[in-house]
Design a protein around this ligand. Structure first.
Ligand SMILES: [Fe+2]
Ligand SMILES: [Fe+2]
Length: 448
């Protein structure tokens, strides 16, 4: 399919899988939430523009998910904030007993008794404001990303307000009733229904919606859901081609085309998502992209190759969204088990990008950024002649920026030290031409 005729849904549906992982949801959660939402929109006979606003909001609903990951880790501790985030959806956290039980279960879940008590007290001291803060960070960021992608204001408002509750007990603004945009109310219901459907099937999902009717959810929407519930709806969610099902559900009249400009916007927006996961990776993907393009220009890449390299660089660490912050932000040396998890991230990058038609062709290059020309890199152990020039330039740019940036266990290195280390790796770790091009970029190696 030519880029000019590619619908945005095909791109966003594939990339939403990375957001699912970050938010602790099973892969396909956002896509299935989209299908449930659109079935309801159909039954409600929403006009095409409102259907379109809702459609894109469902796919971008968790775009802010990485921005509170470090804060969740700070508040709850524990080895994996994805599991902590996932668990919150399984509880009716509006009820005090459920909230306390959740906190007891998830603060330092693998720590000893004293560590658990200490973390619990820390969480208690933060109080209810902490809960609101987590939603605020995520919702505001999701809305900002929707706007940066050129989505409508209604789409941005829907992702901003999807965790508000009908009776005013939700977050982040405590909006009540129909002051919550309709699209947000639909997503709010559909996302929790999808989670319960995935765990316990449609009956339990419908029972949960009925239990929370008028409290969490708009009563009329719960009734609407009951009316559209059918074996056909639920079996659609089990399709092996979720991306295809989502694309088929895209409101035709208002479908947004994935132009070249939009693809750049998407790559840039997802780079923000990736880099927001940890303070130690702040703007990393952006800088790697600038460095890689700078070196590639010296090497005479064509403009088509530069565009492809830029997008691969912006997305190269998308697989890192699956790595817990307990590892990314760890101040000490990683254990072997932790290293093994870190080393999976390029394979995750490959998997995610292969699901997105227009990024499939650069998935391999993006995922090969930790390979070395001597074959001692990961995750495939490729040698220099098995790597493209794009991947080899990206590998040098990635290390250059990592060395220039602070890490939990060390400060940033000086430009001289960085150039020295890159040159040392010439011909073993790195493609010599890429090192020479990078080292010649003195001015670009200086951090803005
Ligand atoms: Fe990486
Ligand atoms: Fe990286």
């Amino acid at each position: 399919m030519a880029v000019s005729t590619l619908p945005m849904s095909a791109v966003l549906s594939g990339l939403s899988a990375a957001l699912d992982i970050t938010e602790g949801h099973p892969r396909g959660h956002a896509a299935r939430t989209c299908l449930i939402s659109m079935r309801m929109a159909d039954a409600l006979r929403l006009p095409p523009d409102e259907q379109s606003d809702l459609f894109y909001a469902t796919l971008l609903k968790d775009a802010g998910c990485s921005s509170n990951a470090a804060r969740v880790f700070q508040m709850f501790g524990g080895p994996d904030e994805h599991a902590t985030k996932r668990a919150v959806w399984l509880r009716d956290w509006r009820k005090l007993d459920q909230k306390v039980r959740y906190a007891f279960e998830w603060v330092e879940p693998e720590g000893d008794f004293l560590a658990r008590v200490a973390q619990f007290l820390k969480l208690a001291a933060i109080g209810p404001g902490g809960e609101r803060e987590l939603f605020e960070i995520r919702c505001a960021r999701s809305a900002a990303i929707a706007r940066a992608l050129g989505m409508s204001d209604a789409t941005a408002q829907a992702v901003q307000s999807m965790d508000e509750h009908w009776d005013g007990g939700g977050h982040p603004a405590g909006l009540r009733g129909d002051r919550i945009p309709l699209a947000a109310r639909i997503i709010g219901l559909a996302q929790v229904v999808e989670i319960f459907w995935g765990i316990a099937g449609p009956e339990r999902a419908l029972a949960m919606a009925a239990e929370r009717r008028g409290r969490w959810f708009d009563p009329e929407l719960v009734d609407c859901l009951q009316s559209v519930s059918s074996p056909a709806l639920w079996s659609t969610l089990e399709t092996g081609d979720l991306n295809g099902a989502v694309t088929a559900a895209e409101p035709e009249e208002r479908a947004i085309e994935a132009t070249e400009e939009r693809l750049d916007q998407i790559a840039t927006a997802f780079a923000w998502v990736i880099d927001a996961k940890s303070s130690f990776t702040f703007e990393h993907s952006d800088r790697v992209s600038a460095l890689a393009v700078g070196a590639a220009e010296q090497l005479g890449f064509t403009s088509t190759e530069l565009t492809r390299l830029k997008r691969a660089a912006l997305l190269h660490d998308i697989g890192k969204l699956a790595v817990p912050n307990a590892i990314l932000d760890k101040p000490g040396k990683l254990t072997d088990a932790e290293w093994a998890i870190v080393k999976q991230h390029p394979a995750n990058t490959l998997h995610v990008l292969q699901q997105v038609p227009v990024f499939r062709e650069l998935a391999g290059d993006a995922a090969n950024h930790h390979e070395r020309v001597d074959g001692k890199g990961y995750h495939r152990g490729l040698t220099g002649d098995q790597m493209s020039a794009t991947a080899k330039v990206l590998a040098v740019a990635d290390v250059a920026d990592a060395l220039m940036s602070a890490r939990p266990y060390r400060g940033p290195l000086s430009l001289d030290q960085v150039c020295g280390l890159l040159t040392e790796g010439r011909g073993t770790q790195f493609w010599p031409d890429a090192v020479d091009a990078m080292v010649s970029l003195d001015s670009k190696l200086h951090r803005a």
